[in-house]
Design a protein around this ligand. Structure first.
Ligand code: ACO
Length: 191
């Protein structure tokens, strides 16, 4: 996704980790324009993600990120667009307190790291960027995908999880979250 400003000025790393402060590893003071541009990138990606998932409204925006304790991993390709760079996609995660059902139908309270939104730009999907981003997050969080929960995963995302991490089938839940076989065995002691 291209923007009328230099993506490399906003994001120095190939993958940036953004939180409530909306600054990619810098101090925000005195940089309102930088922050406004980062917000534009997040808002545009969030809109595109909602459209791709046929959601009525964005679940990811700069203002939402500022008010929630989530983390957003943003992947850029710094060389494209004549060296100004493009935003390739993002992955948003956060901890959620969930009531889940194990294989026996027993209620378990847990607070796993959840995948809340995930998007790779149209035209560059199925090029391995999603895997690069997801693996970066797993390494950053030092987690295996089976200990995580997934908020309403789309068919493409379910196929992605099955292909790259052999995550299938899931344990049926009463809410929108999906967890996989092994979640209840490998769960870190978060409850
Ligand atoms: N149809 C079916 N499976 C797909 C598709 C597709 N159009 N695109 C990706 N996949 C799955 C397949 O398993 C594919 O392997 P294959 O090509 O051998 O069939 C695999 O992903 C490819 O892996 P990557 O190239 O690393 O994945 P990609 O860069 O495309 O990122 C993602 C995956 C994020 C799901 C991307 O396809 C996307 O943005 N889709 C639209 C938005 C979306 O559905 N996001 C998930 C929302 S649910 C949530 O966030 C909790």
């Amino acid at each position: 996704m291209e923007f009328p400003f230099d993506i490399n000025q906003l994001f120095s790393e190939r993958v940036s980790v953004l939180d409530q402060t909306l600054v990619a590893g810098r101090t925000s003071t005195g940089m309102p324009q930088l922050q406004a541009r980062i917000a534009t990138v997040i808002d545009e990606l969030g809109r595109a993600s909602a459209k791709a998932q046929q959601l009525p409204a964005s679940i990811t925006s700069a203002s939402k990120l500022q008010s929630q304790r989530h983390q957003l991993y943003l992947l850029k390709d710094g060389e494209s667009n004549g060296g100004r760079g493009v935003a390739v996609g993002f992955l948003k995660v956060g901890y959620k307190k969930l009531f889940l059902l194990d294989r026996q139908g027993v209620h378990i309270e847990a607070e796993p790291l959840c995948v809340l939104d995930f998007y790779i730009a149209e035209g560059v999907q199925r090029h391995g960027y999603g895997l690069e981003l997801f693996n970066f997050m797993l390494q950053h969080k030092n987690l295996e995908p089976v200990v995580m929960a997934y908020d309403r995963p789309s068919p493409k995302f379910q196929s992605f999880l099955a292909k790259h991490y052999s995550l299938t089938p899931s344990v049926p839940q009463a809410n929108n979250f999906v967890v996989f076989e092994g979640f209840f065995l490998n769960r870190p002691d978060k409850s």
